[in-house]
Design a protein around this ligand. Structure first.
Ligand SMILES: C[S@@+](CC[C@H](N)C(=O)[O-])C[C@H]1O[C@@H](n2cnc3c(N)ncnc32)[C@H](O)[C@@H]1O
Length: 289
């Protein structure tokens, strides 16, 4: 199989001022300890949140090692989140190619390769992240199987029908969902699987709450309402097979993070938004028909 390596001819990776500002955010937030200190534990660098209950014993014990225990626990919960996402990809053979759309520093991509032995491509609009993740691939001796590209997930340039699965782990709030799912529908063959983990605001409580607006402002993103996901999927021949509300599963992560040295100040808006019901943390798995 030939895999095209160039996006649509003549189209720049960063097409809009908005995309340039998102790329600048990820290019300049390189030394953020919340991501680096956790990643240094085992070389899996995540830029997403965690799920599951934390072990309360991390808060007890000697004061001087308390923060280290919290950091390790936050990392465990973030890895559990990626594990859950991967468990909804369905059957993936070593010969399959999968796409990590908005791949960050590559944590979920490496986990997919470890789990399935498959070929993984990650795309990000941050050149810094792409270089970082490709260095990781070399260090982990999987550069022939896991590759990262400076590309736009709205126009990846990969060959039509070339992916068995595509996922987005907390990246959809940066793009128009209709455009995104049109591109994924092009990349996946009939029966291919798409999995998404995302925060979305609650149509039932109305528009963006104050807390959701604070999250948008903090990350330069544009959180979508829950309804937009299902409209955009249906419009692009995706049929959801699982929809899991992970909101209650992610609250402990935020409670623990709020007590850590790596708290960034965005913990309170997340906790408020989740607790008041204006915001959900959702997993959606859908089949391309
Ligand atoms: C919150 S981070 C998530 C990173 C990764 N999925 C993870 O779980 O660690 C958001 C990512 O989306 C990427 N991104 C945003 N807009 C994008 C676009 N139009 N095309 C490709 N990547 C994009 C950013 O560069 C960043 O890597």
């Amino acid at each position: 199989m030939t895999v095209s390596t160039t996006p649509t001819a003549g189209s720049p990776v960063l097409r809009t001022q908005y995309q340039k500002s998102v790329a600048a955010y990820w290019n300049t937030n390189q030394q953020d300890p919340v991501n680096l200190r956790l990643g240094e534990i085992d070389g899996l660098y995540h830029h997403h949140y965690g799920i599951g209950n934390y072990d309360p014993s991390v808060l007890a014990g000697p004061e001087q090692t308390r923060d280290e225990r919290i950091i390790a626990e936050l990392h465990r919960l973030e890895t559990a989140q990626a594990d859950m996402l991967l468990s909804y990809l369905g059957e993936i053979a070593p010969s399959d190619r999968v796409l990590d759309a908005g791949s960050g520093r590559g944590g979920t991509s490496f986990m997919a390769n470890q789990r399935f032995g498959c070929q993984v491509d990650g795309v990000s609009i941050s050149e810094y992240q792409v270089d970082f993740a490709n260095r990781q691939a070399t260090d982990r001796r999987v550069a022939d199987q896991v590759r990262f590209h400076f590309r736009n997930m709205l126009d990846t340039g990969f060959e039509a029908g070339s992916r068995q699965a595509v996922w987005t782990n907390e990246t959809t709030m940066y793009v128009d969902l209709f455009e995104l799912y049109a591109e994924f529908a092009r990349l996946l063959p009939f029966g291919g699987r798409y999995v998404c983990i995302t925060g979305c605001y609650n149509d039932v409580t109305g528009g963006r709450s104050k807390a959701v607006s604070q999250i948008d402002e903090h990350y330069t993103c544009n959180i979508h309402p829950r309804s937009s996901y299902f409209k955009a999927l249906a419009a692009n021949r995706f049929v959801p097979i699982h929809v899991i509300d992970l909101t209650s599963a992610t609250i402990p992560y935020w409670e623990l993070r709020a007590q850590s040295s790596v708290a960034t100040g965005i913990e309170d808006p997340f906790l408020t938004a989740y607790r008041e019901g204006s915001f959900h943390y959702l997993l959606i798995a859908a089949d391309r028909v």
